[in-house]
Design a protein around this ligand. Structure first.
Ligand code: ACO
Length: 328
């Protein structure tokens, strides 16, 4: 009998500090009207001095484990989609593994930017389906605001921080669980979104590093054009692979980068508004955290219920993009 990777529990964590568009109006030459019109973002949560990527990931994980009623000692693996680890190494997943006391679990990070949760869920699901793990914690966590240039109005209005996590468990004799995934990449587009300083090419200790970009760089309109096509393409591919079509989707939980990008993907798929989950207005682009936070809010509000088919899709630096189909 086929082994399925079923979502048993879900959690999330957000920093308490809120940064509104009105706050940004006082920091850079922008307006609430511009930000709302171009992105749909009204406010975002940002890390304060006591917050960290691993701290948010740990809090989300603890909530997911409690929700699943699973003891950390039962975990075989911790997988964290993140590009903003506390340090270059060790990995965020190792810091979480220690903090939650998952003594038996292996742990590694997946670097796929805003598609980090989609990639991580795919890897974890495949491990379960292949029989290599039975219980896996999958996290999406990012703190991009720690790398934002707060004088660059074209990027600083977009990002927020947060984390989300699910516990996946092997089950047989069920149609619930991960149905299908698609993972795609185009490294030719690497130059469109990057963070140069602090890596091994431009180490933080080297004075010459002061000459390279220290904060997130993004060619906004190139990324926008790519995202509009990529979101739709990934959804069509994952549906085709599963032998399904858009009418089979009960809820669409896309990466919350920009309202206009989400609307164009939903339009291409012919999805009505009531099937499209949105929270970009409250959190902005939380990178790898955006999809699990969306799944969390949808499930806790009753919009996403057991047995429903949910489609996720995301894109980000790499360039990378992908989609998951899950029977909840
Ligand atoms: N306030 C006011 N004006 C602004 C602001 C701002 N915050 N930011 C830019 N502008 C100005 C520009 O300077 C430009 O002015 P100009 O015409 O005088 O030169 C004008 O607004 C238009 O700028 P564009 O960049 O063309 O605006 P666009 O409509 O493309 O919207 C945006 C910009 C919102 C960034 C859009 O391109 C976008 O959402 N791109 C995708 C970003 C994304 O989703 N990234 C996700 C991946 S991130 C990751 O993986 C880490």
């Amino acid at each position: 009998m086929a082994i399925r990777a079923v979502v048993q529990g879900i959690g999330h964590a957000l920093p308490s500090k809120v940064l509104t568009n009105a706050d940004l109006e006082r920091m850079v030459d922008t307006t609430d009207e511009w930000i709302m019109q171009r992105t749909g973002i009204r406010e975002r949560r940002i890390c304060g001095p006591g917050d960290s990527n691993s701290g948010l990931a740990t809090a989300a994980s603890q909530e997911a484990l409690a929700d699943a009623k699973i003891d950390p000692s039962e975990l075989d693996l911790v997988v964290c989609g993140t590009v903003t680890g506390d340090m270059l190494f060790p990995s965020t997943s190792c810091l979480v593994q220690s903090a939650i006391g998952a003594k038996r679990a292996g742990a590694f990070d997946v670097g796929a930017a805003c598609a980090g949760f989609i990639y991580s869920l795919s890897v974890a699901g495949s491990m379960i389906e292949a029989g290599h793990a039975r219980t896996v914690l999958v996290i999406g966590s990012d703190t991009l605001t720690r790398f934002v240039d707060w004088t660059d109005r074209s990027t600083c209005v977009l990002f927020g921080d947060g984390a989300g996590a699910v516990v996946l468990r092997a089950e047989e004799g069920t149609d619930r669980g991960l149905i299908e995934t698609v993972l795609l990449a185009d490294g030719d587009g690497a130059r469109h979104i990057d963070l140069q300083a602090g890596g091994s090419r431009y180490p933080a200790w080297d004075p010459a590093t002061q000459d390279v970009r220290q904060a997130i760089y993004m060619a906004g309109s190139e990324v926008y054009r790519f995202a509009v096509t990529a979101m739709g393409d990934a959804c069509c591919r994952v549906l085709q692979q599963a032998g399904m079509d858009a009418a089979d989707i009960d809820l669409f939980v896309p990466h919350q980068a920009n309202l206009r990008i989400i609307e164009s993907a939903a339009k291409r798929l012919g999805l009505p508004d009531e099937k499209v989950f949105l929270n970009v207005e409250r959190y902005g682009n939380t990178s790898g955290a955006s999809i699990p936070i969306g799944l969390y809010e949808a499930s806790k509000s009753g919009r996403l219920r057991r047995g429903m088919v949910v489609m996720t899709v995301g894109f980000g630096a790499g360039l990378v993009w992908g989609a998951n189909l899950i029977r909840w």
